[in-house]
Design a protein around this ligand. Structure first.
Ligand SMILES: [Zn+2]
Length: 333
């Protein structure tokens, strides 16, 4: 008995001496246990695509097939002026037709689609029309007035204030295309005046090169969000090449604002013959590859190896899903 007791005491003494070492050892191991090393096997994501344009109901089957192949289960579809849908058009017109198209699609398939109609900022009836669209199932507002092609009145024009006020009061999110390089002051006037307005300024607020401007906006306005889409295929190619030249810079920026960034494809789904299910799936996959992988290729660019930003799965999970759930449905992550 005594022998056993002596043994236990010895063991405890040894334990006390080596415990700091043990403790340090555990601490060294702990981070690895918490964040498992990337295995190279893609986890399955349930992705929400926060930015897409649609021409008509006829485009839905090919789009859904492409999204299924990329684990996208829900998409925000935006009302558009005709110039966004068809090439060779100028100015802001035709939006009512495309609003009705996205409202119809979301109504027919609410499991996969959320519609954000748009308004013509010069229309004196714009607020009434917005209310009608919301009554028809619209769940947000898309604005193009910060796009240099559609900048017909200043963003902080007095005629727009009732619209912003209504959206702020009723928690209607706005996907607001703003070229912050040109309209920063007008945009900031709106954000200052309506601090609780929930705004997604897509494409890094057109500031992925001017990252200081982007950081200033995100730091100053906590209700401001962005998405990772680039839009038109030539802009996408340029964007992916730019990221590939300095993935670290982009990676750091995405990680810094990981709670306020959404995934978006912005491919503009039309009946253009080249926009097949394969093409749509391929473009959506390029966005995912850029976010998920260290290196990848994109057939639209050619055989060249591109460098991606290789985000960790917990960050991807936020960008792909939980940020939007919190922003849109108020779900706590
Ligand atoms: Zn867009």
């Amino acid at each position: 008995m005594k022998k056993i007791l002596r043994g236990i005491v010895k063991f405890l003494i040894v334990l006390i001496f080596i415990s700091p070492l043990l403790f340090r050892g555990i601490h060294a191991i702990l981070p690895h246990l918490k964040a498992p090393q990337w295995t190279g096997i893609s986890p399955t994501y349930r992705i929400i695509n926060a930015h897409e344009h649609f021409q008509s109901m006829e485009c839905v089957p090919k789009f859904l097939e492409a999204m299924k192949r990329n684990d996208v289960e829900k998409t925000v579809i935006l009302g558009s002026p005709e110039a966004t849908i068809l090439s060779g058009r100028r100015g802001f017109f035709g939006e009512e037709k495309y609003n009705l198209a996205v409202l119809e699609i979301a109504k027919a398939d609410p499991e996969h689609f959320i519609a954000f109609p748009t308004i013509n900022v010069k229309d004196p009836e714009k607020l009434e029309k917005l209310k009608q669209y919301l009554a028809m199932g619209g769940q947000g507002l898309k604005l193009y007035s910060g796009h240099s092609m559609f900048h017909e009145i200043p963003l902080d024009d007095p005629g727009m204030l009732p619209v912003y006020e209504y959206c702020e009061k009723n928690r209607i999110p706005i996907l607001f295309h703003v070229n912050a390089g040109v309209y920063q002051q007008e945009f900031e006037n709106v954000l200052k005046r309506f601090p609780n307005l929930r705004v997604i300024c897509p494409h890094f607020c057109l500031s992925s090169i001017a990252s200081e401007r982007f950081k200033h906006l995100m730091n100053t306005y906590p209700s401001l969000y962005t998405d990772l889409s680039f839009g038109f295929i030539d802009f996408l190619k340029a964007g992916l090449l730019r990221i590939s030249q300095d993935p670290e810079k982009f990676r750091e920026m995405v990680i810094q604002y990981q709670d306020r960034i959404f995934f978006g494809t912005d491919m503009v789904v039309t009946d253009a013959p080249y926009k097949t299910a394969d093409w749509l799936a391929n473009v959506a996959r390029a966005y995912r590859d850029m976010l998920e992988k260290e290196t990848y290729t994109f057939s639209e660019i050619g055989p060249m190896t591109l460098r991606g930003i290789h985000l960790d799965p917990p960050v991807l999970e936020k960008i792909y899903h939980t940020n939007f759930e919190r922003f849109f449905y108020g779900k706590k992550s």
